[in-house]
Design a binder for this molecule. Structure first.
Ligand code: NAI
Length: 293
């Protein structure tokens, strides 16, 4: 019976994951190396819960329960002591994740399931850093977590079927829709999304159409909520570039080679919403979509 959750990493994804588990009645320990990140996460969760209250998705009492169910700590051992399920949502860096999983394996109870929210790192490689590869699995939430329904459940080479069943069950308890996939580069979401974004960047690079036209074609023509260039800005152009490199290297197929324009933009620090400029310019307080070039 899963009741106690530890979330490692309190950034964009970690705070959303902690929020959703607390919303559905789990006890949540949120762990980060940075005290400031933990403080910011609690503020974000409170603000997002207020928005849910104003939209009548949750009641004020549920908001208070969410905040009461959350505990934050910078001490990994405290957060993990009685965890039934750990979800790692720390920085997307192989070295960082392998280190964290070694610690999780030592500190979490032997029965605990160790899940990672990685977008692109091999679940099998992460599992191999532990003595319990059968209990390691991918649980890939989408941003923003309280809103997006999908959980991509990724089976590593050694993931035990009971562990997959448990993660599917728990995802449904969170009112999410789990989809089980195998552990190959990009899984399904990014294997299909990133080449589409890359093709949109190539279309721009080759002058086939402008930024607004490319995004409008995909929004109105394909019923996408956002155009691929806007979505790339939202995800972060540095993140898109690094996932394309994982696909290119993982499959050894040049079709995944990142467009030189994407490479240049990242080198110039134009990484999208977080830097204030990518394919569009972002002014705080304004929702207007202004193409950057
Ligand atoms: P982020 O940069 O917002 O947050 C990462 C957090 O991890 C930071 O607060 C950092 O202090 C913390 N951290 C780093 N090392 C740590 C350690 N050893 N122990 C504890 N905390 C540590 O990153 P974000 O965007 O939340 O991504 C987290 C994970 O989720 C990554 O694996 C990413 O690929 C994945 N992901 C991100 C999505 C997105 O849209 N941002 C979507 C789906 C998955």
């Amino acid at each position: 019976m899963i009741k106690n959750i530890a979330v490692i990493g309190a950034g964009t994804m970690g705070n959303g994951i902690a929020h959703v588990f607390a919303q559905y009645g789990f006890n949540v320990s949120l762990v980060d190396t940075s005290e400031a990140a933990l403080e910011k996460a609690l503020q974000t969760i409170s603000r997002n819960a207020d928005r849910q209250v104003s939209k009548e998705i949750i009641t004020q009492a549920t908001k208070e329960n969410i905040l009461a169910a959350l505990h934050t700590t910078t001490a990994m051992e405290t957060g993990l002591a009685d965890a039934d399920l750990v979800i790692e949502a720390a920085t997307e860096h192989t070295g960082v994740k392998l280190n964290i999983f070694k610690q999780l394996d030592e500190l979490a109870p032997p029965s605990a399931i160790l899940a990672t929210n990685t977008s692109s790192i091999s679940i099998t490689a992460i599992a191999a850093a532990t003595q319990r590869p059968g209990k390691v699995i991918g649980m890939h939430f989408m941003n923003p977590v309280p809103v997006m329904k999908l959980v991509e459940v990724i089976n590593g080479y050694a993931t035990a079927p009971q562990v997959t069943d448990e993660v599917v069950r728990i995802s449904r308890e969170l009112q999410k829709v789990p989809c089980i996939v195998k552990d190959y580069p990009g899984f399904i979401a990014n294997r299909i999304l990133m080449p589409m974004i890359n093709e949109a960047v190539y279309s721009l690079y080759e002058g086939v159409a402008g930024i607004t036209e490319i995004d409008t074609v995909m929004k109105l023509g394909m019923a996408h909520a956002m155009g691929p260039l806007q979505l790339a800005d939202f995800i972060g152009l540095d993140v898109c570039l690094s996932i394309l490199k994982v696909l290119q290297e993982g499959f050894g197929n040049p079709k995944y080679a990142p467009c030189p324009l994407l490479v240049n933009m990242v080198a110039a620090g134009k990484t999208g919403v977080k830097s204030g400029e990518g394919f569009y310019r972002y002014t705080p307080g304004s929702k207007e979509m202004v193409p950057a070039f």
